[in-house]
Design a protein around this ligand. Sequence first.
Ligand SMILES: [Zn+2]
Length: 271
Amino acid sequence: MTEYWKSNAMHWCDICKCWMNDTKAARLNHERGAQHQAKLATKLRDMAKKADQETKAKAFNEAAMSKIEAAAKKQYEQDRKAAEAEAGRWTWDPECSYYYNAAHRWYYDPKTQWYYGGEPTPEWSQSPPLPAAAMFGVAPHEGGPVAKGTAGAGAAAASGAVTSGRLDGLPMITKTVQRVVAVPKHPLADVGGYKAPTTGRIGGHMGAGTEIEGGDGGAAKRKREEHQAKGGGTSSTKAGAVSAEEAEALARREAARQRVAQRTAAGFGYL
Ligand SMILES: [Zn+2]
């Protein structure tokens, strides 16, 4: 009919790990029992012990951590001081208006961003033999026109190098950026070798140059020689008419022509 199974409500004792009827009487009975009392006492003792241990461990850990931290801090300070001692410090010298690094005995000019120093003969240099950590901008500096913390980027950018200053002792990575500018080529720059003219006058289109031996050039040269011989004949008859000043001017012009011819021939690779 309407019969269905229904379980009684039960209560779980977490200390004794057992079930009991979920009634007030059953619970009280269990809690007053010797087994439950004993287990409860044990559990409370364990909890207290555990808490005590935890506080002790926490204190111990904290002490250890602070000890390690102190040691690390001390080591860091030592390393920093050692690095600073190695890198030196750039101090402003108002007398010569350069920075001076006493550890390495080098000067730095913030205007030109060149270094001056070296032994035995000091000289100006853009890449002095200083350790990377000692370069101006990487090593600390004080005084002078360069504001603190700005020198690194400025100096690096001006010298055309992208520099990442490293304070952890690893080598500094320097990358030089080179700008390539395309210069327009002379239109006849490629003419040479087998493409070069074998006849005519080299550089003739510029009104200068030398005859090429052989081929038609020989004929042209011969013709000109004949012409010159003729001209020489006429000039010799008029020699008296040419003044000393004019002769000198002519000689100069001839010398200049020769020079241009030679240069042109050299430019075409014929000399
Ligand atoms: Zn119990």
